[in-house]
Write a protein that binds this ligand. Structure first.
Ligand SMILES: *[C@@H]1O[C@H](CO)[C@@H](O)[C@H](O)[C@H]1NC(C)=O
Ligand SMILES: *[C@@H]1O[C@H](CO)[C@@H](O)[C@H](O)[C@H]1NC(C)=O
Ligand SMILES: *[C@@H]1O[C@H](CO)[C@@H](O)[C@H](O)[C@H]1NC(C)=O
Ligand SMILES: *[C@@H]1O[C@H](CO)[C@@H](O)[C@H](O)[C@H]1NC(C)=O
Ligand SMILES: *[C@@H]1O[C@H](CO)[C@@H](O)[C@H](O)[C@H]1NC(C)=O
Ligand SMILES: *[C@@H]1O[C@H](CO)[C@@H](O)[C@H](O)[C@H]1NC(C)=O
Ligand SMILES: *[C@@H]1O[C@H](CO)[C@@H](O)[C@H](O)[C@H]1NC(C)=O
Ligand SMILES: *[C@@H]1O[C@H](CO)[C@@H](O)[C@H](O)[C@H]1NC(C)=O
Ligand SMILES: *[C@@H]1O[C@H](CO)[C@@H](O)[C@H](O)[C@H]1NC(C)=O
Ligand SMILES: *[C@@H]1O[C@H](CO)[C@@H](O)[C@H](O)[C@H]1NC(C)=O
Ligand SMILES: *[C@@H]1O[C@H](CO)[C@@H](O)[C@H](O)[C@H]1NC(C)=O
Length: 818
């Protein structure tokens, strides 16, 4: 009988090492083998997925049974028998585990597009569930997969103890989320995506084949293989696979790609498939049974330094773990945990390692120890798996139906730019958004304000987890593509979009700035109501027309890349560059108005870069901050145990907020108090229903109806009304004061940023040190809803192309030349 702790230890390992593409394979008598792929959707996972999708379906069926089977759910499974036989249940689904190289919303979008290209919309796709682990250690069957066990509480929000080793922006999650920008350039797009919220049912016990890193490291992606792949792209999947691999090579940070990149996940898939066919006689790897465990803590075991969440502050350890056992020691707390990194010595932390052990803590597992050489000694491909991989991907059977450009015979990339004729353009505005759903609504509004009044330029934070927003403003950097799509819809492909920093101030690692901590960001849930939803715009992003502009990992040496990619002329501009170009094109004497709808990271950086900030910025509207006069009204930071009186935009980057509020800028604050008063769904929906619709008003109505419906029906969506509050900044900035009738208060305030979690981001009145700031205290509520809905329904400055559907229709027939 297998003990429960062994199981979750394996789970922890999958999560910690991010050994994705790990396959759990099951076999029922007389039926095809079925396969569950647990993937974190990085580039080589995609190669593995193609490999599996192309297997002979009478041998390996990917049928849908309505069950989503994932290792996670085996954690509290009772039917577990033994690990001696290779696996027994099967695949009917792809589960997306997002605890490592990609983010759920983007990862799942890519999987859907791939399945669509491959004609396999029947394959079920499971997302991490909303469940967690209760205080008493009970594991809910729909536990998430968003977090490693050590960080898992009862929500999908949690720390990044291990994940923080993964870069967030370039060459990290941003590139995987977008597959270097290739997904939107190449893959066909599924329409009508139905995101399943919540998931999954426990199936049955599944023995494991382990393909540890030691084995995958015996199959480097060497130059001969790479060349052979380049010459063998006879299917769409081979084309997409090769391009992805090539971008990985072209953006590799050093010159050792061919010896330091491995065919990790495809190889694991191959080994697993062969193991199903032939048991221990594997075609691709030498196999051996071993008794192993995954070490989740460091020696000496049993010490109590409060780093180990399974033991910390508990009378009885979680999951009945043994005090003094391999799981009871110090657990790495961060990238530069001094326990692990002793000066001038090799790191000594071992949590996450797989170890051969004996005794009760061991699990007997079939382990692939090394990749087998090619049986054909004359072949330039020196590993048996390489040939199989290329044969399978190039097999004309079960291959992709089309790519994006062949799907639409009359596809054409058009950039829409407005012609304002002789209109005098209004004040230049820079909108600093963190891509929460409210920000997109605010952006619609800004684009509709007559250009004689304001002239918008947009900056997006290099976000992700670093600098995300108010209770709902939660999006990863790759979501920048939705901004491009919205601008395209509105005919504003002329507006430059810059990507800001992915980390809040002083959160990135001092030596290797691509990685960093999530001290503040950890409060944002990964699942429902959080990043998963923002990154897909609550499932509606695909309804927007597709912009020819999109994030791309293309880059050039000139801009600091390790080498020029195929299209060095392309590149995602950065926030500061956009800022500088806006400043350069200012008319003499004119100044910029800034609206920030998220954390103040980008603005703080701009302030640090400008010598005389007040000479270029006229005023700043800051949506955020909570003025709690007498500590009765709480703030809105979610998933935090403390009594807190802070607002999320300030909390997510307190140092940046402090920098902004200590500057000489003229600031108008739109604080939480007034935002809360403009959060009525019925008021706004009622008005939108009555209006003559424009495509943008229609889209806003669908989006808001969805949020309202979720709020009404699901406990994870209680915070939806704060999105409405986020629009207020844009409406105040547009300045139709005769209707809106705002009242202001002027107060000396300062922002706390001392590194104390319970207080950081707090706004206090300080007669001596505070800066005088204009605070919006009240507005005419009815007028606010009127202004927003009337502006969105106006025929002026309305959408140029209403939706992706309209675009599809136009790309399906020849363009009429006039
Ligand atoms: C799949 O396998 C079956 C039985 O082994 C065989 O008859 C069939 O030709 C194979 N099909 C493909 C597409 O390889
Ligand atoms: C999560 O746990 C906290 C206490 O740790 C409890 O207050 C809260 O209600 C729980 N939430 C859910 C959704 O179970
Ligand atoms: C789609 O496939 C066709 C035919 O193989 C190819 O010419 C074209 O470049 C591909 N499109 C993209 C965007 O790669
Ligand atoms: C693994 O453990 C089993 C008992 O669980 C034992 O019979 C076997 O000899 C062990 N194998 C190795 C290689 O240690
Ligand atoms: C821990 O052990 C107790 C008693 O031995 C048992 O009742 C309980 O179910 C165990 N809990 C877990 C999570 O294994
Ligand atoms: C390898 O090449 C040699 C000489 O070209 C040939 O004699 C031999 O049969 C080849 N071996 C295989 C396995 O193809
Ligand atoms: C994102 O921010 C990091 C850290 O500040 C920076 O090194 C990187 O160049 C930025 N990347 C982009 C695409 O803006
Ligand atoms: C933040 O970082 C800057 C430079 O990286 C440093 O000068 C400053 O002292 C840091 N501030 C805090 C509060 O850590
Ligand atoms: C606290 O302040 C709020 C307004 O900010 C007010 O409505 C409330 O009466 C005050 N409570 C106390 C106890 O002073
Ligand atoms: C104010 O809003 C109303 C519509 O609500 C509009 O008719 C009027 O033109 C706006 N005024 C300005 C100055 O934008
Ligand atoms: C799409 O096609 C219709 C009908 O041919 C045409 O009227 C419309 O202008 C086209 N839209 C765009 C954005 O090209």
């Amino acid at each position: 009988m297998l003990q429960q702790k062994n199981l979750w230890v394996l789970l922890a390992m999958v999560n910690i090492i991010g050994l994705a593409g790990f396959n759990y394979l099951c076999h029922a008598e007389g039926k095809p083998h079925r396969i569950v792929l647990d993937t974190d959707v990085d580039t080589d996972d995609l190669l593995a997925l193609f490999y599996l999708l192309k297997l002979n379906r009478s041998e390996f069926e990917l049928e849908v049974t309505g069950l989503v089977c994932s290792l996670v759910h085996r954690v509290d499974g009772q039917q577990m028998t033994s690990f001696d036989d290779l696996v027994l249940c099967l695949l009917q689904a792809v589960t997306v585990s997002t605890n490592s190289w990609s983010d759920a919303g983007h990862g799942v979008s890519q999987i859907y597009d791939i399945l669509y290209m491959m004609g396999r919309d029947d394959v079920a796709v499971g997302m991490g569930g909303e469940g967690g682990i209760a205080e008493d250690g009970h594991i809910f069957p729909d536990v998430g997969g968003f977090l490693p066990l050590a960080e898992q509480g009862n929500t999908t929000a949690g720390g990044c103890r291990y994940r923080q080793a993964i870069p967030v922006g370039l060459r990290g999650r941003l590139d995987f989320d977008s597959n270097y920008g290739l997904r939107k350039a190449f893959l066909p797009q599924v329409h009508n995506l139905h995101l399943g919220y919540g998931i999954a049912v426990l199936h049955s016990g599944i023995p494991l084949t382990l393909v540890p890193l030691d084995a995958t490291n015996t199959i480097p992606t060497n130059e001969n293989f790479f060349k052979a792949f380049e010459q063998n792209q006879h299917t769409y999947e081979a084309q997409y696979g090769f391009r992805s691999l090539k971008m990985t090579r072209d953006t590799w940070s050093n010159d050792h790609f061919y010896t330091s990149h491995y065919m990790w996940d495809p190889f694991a898939a191959g080994v697993a498939v062969s193991a199903m066919r032939r048991g221990a006689e594997n075609e691709f790897a030498e196999m051996e049974y071993m008794n192993i465990t995954v070490v989740t803590s460091d020696e000496p075991y049993g010490i109590s330094d409060r780093s180990n969440p399974f033991f910390k502050d508990r009378d009885a350890p979680r999951f009945n773990l043994t005090k003094g056992g391999v799981h009871s020691g110090h657990v790495q707390t961060g990238l530069r945990d001094p326990f692990c990194f002793v000066e001038n010595e090799k790191g000594r932390c071992e949590d996450g390692y797989t170890k051969e052990v004996s005794g009760a803590e061991a699990v007997r597992v079939l382990v692939a120890t090394r990749a087998k050489p090619s049986p054909d000694r004359n072949s330039t491909l020196d590993r048996a798996f390489f040939k199989s991989f290329l044969d399978v991907l190039n097999d004309p059977r079960q291959s992709g139906r089309f790519n994006f450009t062949t799907q639409f015979p009359h596809y054409k990339e058009v950039l829409y730019k407005p012609d304002f004729g002789t209109k005098r353009l209004g004040k230049p505005v820079v909108f600093d958004m963190d891509m929460s759903v409210g920000d997109f609504l605010a952006l619609f509004y800004l684009l509709k304000v007559p250009v004689q009044e304001i002239n918008v330029k947009v900056i997006v934070q290099n976000t992700t987890m670093g600098i995300v927003v108010s209770p709902t403003g939660w999006a990863n950097a790759a979501t920048i593509d939705i901004v491009y799509d919205l601008l395209h819809m509105m005919g504003r492909d002329d507006i430059p979009v810059g990507l800001g920093d992915v980390f809040a101030m002083n959160q990135s690692d001092p030596l290797f700035s691509a990685v960093g901590d999530c001290k503040y960001l950890k409060v944002i849930p990964h699942g429902s109501g959080g990043l998963l939803d923002s990154d897909t715009l609550y499932g509606l992003a695909r309804d927007l027309p597709r912009s020819p502009r999109r994030y791309t990992a293309e880059n050039s040496v000139k801009y600091g890349a390790p080498r020029d990619t195929d299209h060095p002329e392309l590149r995602q501009p950065l926030a500061l560059e956009i800022w500088e170009s806006v400043v350069k094109t200012l008319d003499p004497g004119s100044k910029i108005t800034v609206l920030t709808n998220g954390p103040l990271t980008s603005l703080a950086k701009i302030i640090q870069n400008e010598n005389d900030i007040s000479s270029v910025i006229r005023e700043v509207y800051v949506v955020g901050g909570h003025i709690s006069h007498n500590r009765t009204e709480k703030g809105n930071v979610p998933n935090i145990d403390l009594d807190h009186y802070t607002e999320l935009n300030m909390f997510l980057d307190p140092l940046a907020a402090k920098t902004v509020f200590e500057s000489s800028l003229d600031i108008t604050l739109i604080p939480l108090g007034i935002q809360r008063r403009v959060g009525s769904f019925p008021e706004i929906l009622e008005r939108l229903r009555k209006m003559n619709t424009t495509p943008e008003a229609l889209f806003a109505r669908r989006l808001l109806s969805r949020l309202y419906h979720l709020k009404e029906t699901h406990y994870r969506y209680q915070h939806m009304d704060t999105f409405l509050g986020e629009i207020l900044g844009a409406v105040v900035l547009a300045g139709n004061f005769s209707k809106l009738d705002p009242t202001f208060l002027v107060k000396p305030i300062k922002v706390l940023a001392e590194g104390v979690e319970s207080e950081d981001g707090g706004v206090v009145t300080d007669e001596k040190q505070g800066r005088l700031v204009k605070i919006v205290e009240n507005v005419n509520l009815g007028a606010y809803y009127d202004l927003f809905t009337e502006q969105l329904s106006s025929k002026e400055q309305s959408a140029v192309i209403g939706s992706f559907d309209e675009q599809r229709r136009n790309w399906s027939v020849p363009l009429k030349l006039t």
